[in-house]
Design a protein around this ligand. Structure first.
Ligand SMILES: CSC[C@H]1O[C@H](OP(=O)(O)O)[C@H](O)[C@@H]1O
Ligand SMILES: Nc1ncnc2[nH]cnc12
Length: 289
C-alpha cells in the first residue's frame, strides 16, 4: 500500500484513532530499521501512513530515533507530505501550555544526530532557509483556525529550538534560548525536517505546548508527568486537526518547493558516485539519474 500523506506521531500520539482498513507494514531500509511498523490505513477513505516516532511503547530516546530509516521508509511508501505532531515546551509567556504552534523556523542544538542521507562519495547541500514547507504549514494552520476548537489558541509561526536531551534544559540554557528568540523547545524535529527536505518530502509540525520549560518564575519546571497530562488533554484536538488537514491536503494538494529540493543541491557528478552509494540512494536520486 502507498500513501501521499504521512503522519509521524510523537510523545502521546502513538496511534491515530480515525484510521480504518489498517495494515501494519514492517520494513527495513539501507539506513536500518524504522522506529516501528508503519501503520497504513485510511482517514475517511484517504490513504495515509502513520509512524510512532519513539515506537508505539515509547522506548526510543530522541538521540536513538532512527531518523534516516523513518524518512526513507515514508519515502518508499510514496509519502510526499509529512505531518508531524510533537510535544514542546514554551519559551515565551504568551505561548501557553495547551496552545498550538506551527513552527516556521528551527535552531539546531543537537549534537549526536546524523541528519543527512549524503556522504560515502556523494555531496549535496540542500537549501534550508525555510526549514518547514510554507505551503503545508499553511494548510495545517488554516485547518486549526477553521476548526475553531474551544480552548485552542493557535500561533501560526514560531522558532523551535531542537535540543539533544534527554535531560531537559538548565535554567541558563532556557534563558539563552529565550534571548535568541526561541518560541518553543523540543528534541526531535530538526533532523526529521532536514532529512525530509533531502528526501523531497514537504514537512510541517503541529507543536503541542505542554509546559513552560524551566524559565517561568510562576510555573513549576517541566516534568514528564506535566507533559503527559497536558498531552492527554489535547489528544482529541490534535487528532481532529490532523484528520482535517489530511482531508484538505487530499482535496487540494499544494505545490511545494520541497518536492524539487535536490534539483540544484547535488555537487558530485552522478557518474562519479560509487555504485554502492548510488544503489543505497536510488529512491532519492532516481528522478535525477
Ligand atoms: C515526553 S518528554 C520529551 C519528549 O517529548 C517530545 O517528543 P516528540 O517531539 O516526539 O513529541 C520531545 O521532543 C522529547 O522527545
Ligand atoms: N520543556 C521541554 N523541553 C524539551 N522537550 C520538550 N517536550 C515537551 N516539553 C519540552
Amino acid at each position: 500500500m502507498t500513501a501521499k500523506i504521512g503522519i509521524i506521531g510523537g510523545s502521546g500520539l502513538y496511534k491515530m484513532d480515525a484510521l480504518t482498513d489498517v495494515e501494519e507494514v514492517r520494513l527495513t531500509t539501507p539506513f536500518g530499521d524504522p522506529s516501528d511498523a508503519f501503520i497504513c490505513g485510511k482517514i475517511e477513505g484517504i490513504p495515509v501512513v502513520f509512524l510512532a516516532r519513539h515506537g508505539r511503547d515509547h522506548h526510543l530516546l530522541p538521540t536513538e530515533i532512527p531518523f534516516r530509516a523513518n524518512i526513507y521508509g515514508f519515502k518508499s511508501l510514496g509519502v510526499e507530505y509529512l505531518l508531524s505532531a510533537s510535544a514542546v515546551g514554551s519559551l515565551q509567556a504568551q505561548v501557553k501550555p495547551l496552545d498550538m504552534v506551527v513552527p516556521d523556523q528551527f535552531i539546531d542544538r543537537t549534537r549526536n544526530r546524523i541528519s543527512t542521507f549524503f556522504g560515502d562519495g556523494i555531496v549535496a547541500h540542500i537549501g534550508f532557509a525555510d526549514p518547514v514547507c510554507p505551503a503545508l504549514a499553511r494548510v495545517l494552520a488554516d485547518a486549526i483556525a477553521d476548526l475553531n476548537l474551544p480552548d485552542v489558541t493557535l500561533h501560526r509561526q514560531g522558532t523551535y529550538v531542537c535540543m539533544e536531551g534527554p535531560a531537559f534544559s538548565t535554567l541558563a540554557e532556557s534563558n539563552l534560548y529565550r534571548s535568541w528568540g526561541g518560541t518553543v523547545i523540543g528534541m526531535t524535529n530538526l533532523p526529521e525536517a532536514k532529512l525530509a527536505r533531502e528526501a523531497e518530502i514537504a514537512y510541517a509540525t503541529l507543536a503541542l505546548v505542554t509546559d513552560y520549560d524551566c524559565w517561568h518564575p510562576e510555573h513549576d519546571s517541566v516534568t514528564v508527568e506535566m507533559i503527559i497530562d497536558n498531552l492527554q488533554r489535547n489528544a482529541k484536538n490534535a487528532q481532529a486537526i490532523i484528520c482535517e488537514t489530511v482531508k484538505r491536503l487530499h482535496a487540494n494538494p499544494p505545490a511545494s518547493k520541497a518536492h524539487r529540493a535536490l534539483k540544484n543541491a547535488i555537487l558530485t557528478p552522478l557518474d562519479k558516485v560509487p555504485a554502492a552509494t548510488k544503489e543505497k540512494l536510488h529512491l532519492l536520486l532516481a528522478k535525477y539519474l
